[in-house]
Design a protein around this ligand. Structure first.
Ligand code: BGC
Length: 471
C-alpha cells in the first residue's frame, strides 16, 4: 500500500505513483476475469454438448434447456445484480460472483443427472449476469478518465479471450470426450477472481455514495498514488450533493436519467439483434452450410473467427480513448451492416460455387471484426459511464439484463428464421437492423471520451439535447 502523509498536496514520488496506477490496472485485470468466465461459460457448451448429449441421452428439448438456461440465469442475475452492487458495494458483489462461478463449475462438472446439470448451468448463468452488471461498473469507477475506455474494455477483451479459450479447451478434450473437465475448468478463473477481490479496493465512488467520505478519499489516494486528489474528490461529492437523496428505482424515469436509460437499453438490444451470437454460437454450422464440409475445417475456421474477435478488440482498446466512442461505434456498425449484406449475398449464390466457402469465412471475419471495434466493447463501456452515481448499478443492471433477454431471443429464433426464410434473408434482416443501430447511435449516443463520470452525469442534468460535444 502507498504511504501517504496527511495534509500534503504534493504527489508522492514517481515510483509510488506508478505502483498505484498499477493498482488500478491490476484491479481492472482481476475484475475482468468476470468477463473471461462470461465468455468461457457461454462458449464452452457448443463443444461440450455433443458429449453431454451422449452421456445423458438428451432429447433436443433437453439440449436446448441445457444451452439456454444460462441465458435465463444471466438475465435474472444482471437485473438483480446491479441493485445488489449498489447496496453491498462493487467489491463484495464481485466476491459473491466469484463464489457463484466456483459453485456452478463444481455442480456442472459433478452432475449425475440432467436436472443437476440444469441447476449447475442456472447457477453459472447467475454468475455471468452478476459479472456483466458489476465488472464494467467497478472498473469505470476506479479508472482515471483519461484511460477509462481502455480499462473498461478489458472486460470485453476478457469475454473474447474466454470464448477463444472455450473453443480450444473443447477441442483439446474432444478426443477423450471429457465434458466434465470442459465445464469444471471454469473453477480456476473463478478462484482467481475471488483471491484478487479479497485484497483489491472498493471504489471511491461507492464509498462516497454511502456517505463514507473518509474511505472514499483514502481509496482515491491509494489508487491515484497521490494525495492531490482534491479535484476528483470534490467533484464526486459535489455531484452527489446535487443528486440529493439516495437513489430509488423511480429515479430511473427522471427527465435527466431517461435519455441515458433509452441509450443503454437501445444499445443492449441492438448489440444482440444484429446477430453477433448467431456467429459466436453457430459458426461451425454456418461455415459447413457455406460448403466447408469437414468438421475439423469448420472448427479451425471458427477458431480463426475467435482470434479475429480478440485481435480487433485489442485494436479497439487502443483507439477508444484516442478516436473516441462515437467514431468507432459508427465505423464499426457500418462495417457490420455491409458485411451482413455481403454474407446474405454469398448465401444467395449457387451452393458449392468455387471459392464461396472461403468468401463466406472472410465475410464472417469482417463482420466479427466490425463488431469487435464497436458494439462489442462500446456497449459495455457506455452503460458503465452514462448513468448518475446514485442509481448507476440498478440502471446498468437493466441494460445488461435487457442484453441477455435479447441474446436469448436471438439464440432461440435464429435456426427457425433460417429454416423459414433461408440464410440470405436472415442475414439481410440482421443487416437492416444494423442500419437501424447506426441511425440510433448517430442521433443519440454521446461522446464520453476524456470526461470524468461526474462531468457526464452533470451534462444530463443540464438537459443539453446532446450531452457532450461530438468529436
Ligand atoms: C456480447 C456477447 C458476445 C460477445 C462476443 C459481448 O459484448 O455481449 O453476447 O457473445 O460480445 O465477443
Amino acid at each position: 500500500m502507498v504511504n501517504v502523509s496527511p495534509n500534503s498536496e504534493v504527489p508522492i514520488d514517481a515510483a509510488a505513483s506508478q505502483a498505484s496506477t498499477l493498482v488500478v490496472y491490476v484491479a481492472a485485470a482481476f475484475a475482468a476475469l468476470g468477463g473471461l468466465l462470461f465468455g468461457y461459460d457461454t462458449g464452452v457448451i457448443s463443444g461440450a454438448l455433443i458429449f453431454i448429449r451422449q452421456s445423458f441421452a438428451l432429447s433436443t428439448f433437453h439440449q436446448e434447456i441445457v444451452v439456454s438456461v444460462v441465458l435465463v440465469g444471466a438475465c435474472m442475475g444482471a437485473l438483480g445484480g446491479g441493485r445488489l452492487a449498489d447496496r453491498l458495494g462493487r467489491r463484495k458483489m464481485l466476491l459473491v460472483t466469484s463464489l457463484i462461478f466456483m459453485a456452478g463449475a463444481i455442480v456442472c462438472a459433478a452432475a449425475m443427472s440432467v436436472t443437476t446439470l440444469v441447476v449447475g448451468r442456472t447457477i453459472v448463468g447467475l454468475g455471468i449476469g452478476f459479472a456483466s452488471s458489476t465488472v464494467p461498473l467497478y472498473i469505470s469507477e476506479i479508472a482515471p478518465a483519461r484511460v477509462r475506455g481502455f480499462q473498461v474494455s478489458l472486460f470485453q477483451l476478457a469475454i473474447t479471450v474466454g470464448i477463444l479459450a472455450a473453443y480450444l479447451v473443447d477441442y483439446s478434450f474432444a478426443r477423450t470426450e471429457n465434458w466434465r473437465w470442459m465445464l469444471g475448468l471454469a473453477f480456476v478463473p473463478g478462484a482467481m477472481l475471488f483471491l484478487g477481490m479479497l485484497v483489491l479496493p472498493e471504489t471511491p465512488r461507492w464509498y462516497a455514495q454511502r456517505a463514507q467520505l473518509d474511505s472514499a478519499r483514502r481509496v482515491l489516494m491509494r489508487i491515484r498514488g497521490t494525495q492531490a486528489v482534491d479535484a476528483e474528490f470534490n467533484e464526486i461529492v459535489a455531484t452527489l450533493q446535487q443528486a440529493h437523496e439516495r437513489g430509488q428505482l423511480a429515479d430511473l424515469l427522471l427527465p435527466e436519467v431517461r435519455p441515458a436509460l433509452v441509450i443503454g437499453v437501445g444499445l443492449a438490444i441492438f448489440q444482440q439483434i444484429t446477430g453477433i451470437n448467431t456467429v459466436i454460437y453457430y459458426a461451425p454450422t454456418i461455415i459447413q452450410s457455406a460448403g466447408i464440409s469437414s468438421a475439423s475445417g469448420a472448427i479451425l475456421a471458427t477458431a480463426g473467427i475467435g482470434l479475429v474477435n480478440v485481435i480487433m478488440t485489442v485494436v479497439s482498446m487502443w483507439l477508444i480513448d484516442r478516436a473516441g466512442r462515437r467514431a468507432l461505434l459508427l465505423t464499426g456498425i457500418a462495417g457490420m451492416a455491409i458485411s451482413l449484406g455481403a454474407l446474405g449475398y454469398v448465401f444467395h449464390l449457387p451452393a458449392r460455387a468455387g471459392g464461396i466457402a472461403e468468401i463466406a469465412v472472410f465475410t464472417l471475419m469482417a463482420y466479427v471484426a466490425s463488431f469487435a471495434i464497436s458494439l462489442g466493447p462500446i456497449f459495455w463501456l457506455l452503460i458503465a459511464e452514462i448513468y448518475p452515481l446514485k442509481i448507476r448499478g440498478a440502471a446498468e443492471g437493466i441494460a445488461a439484463g435487457t442484453n441477455w433477454a435479447a441474446n436469448f431471443l436471438v439464440a432461440l429464433t435464429f435456426l427457425t428464421l433460417v429454416q423459414m426464410f433461408g440464410p440470405s434473408q436472415t442475414f439481410w434482416l440482421y443487416g437492416v437492423l444494423a442500419v437501424a443501430a447506426w441511425i440510433f447511435s448517430y442521433y443519440l449516443v454521446p461522446e464520453t471520451k476524456g470526461r470524468t463520470l461526474e462531468e457526464i452525469e452533470n451534462s444530463w442534468r443540464l438537459k443539453r439535447p446532446r450531452p457532450l460535444p461530438r468529436p
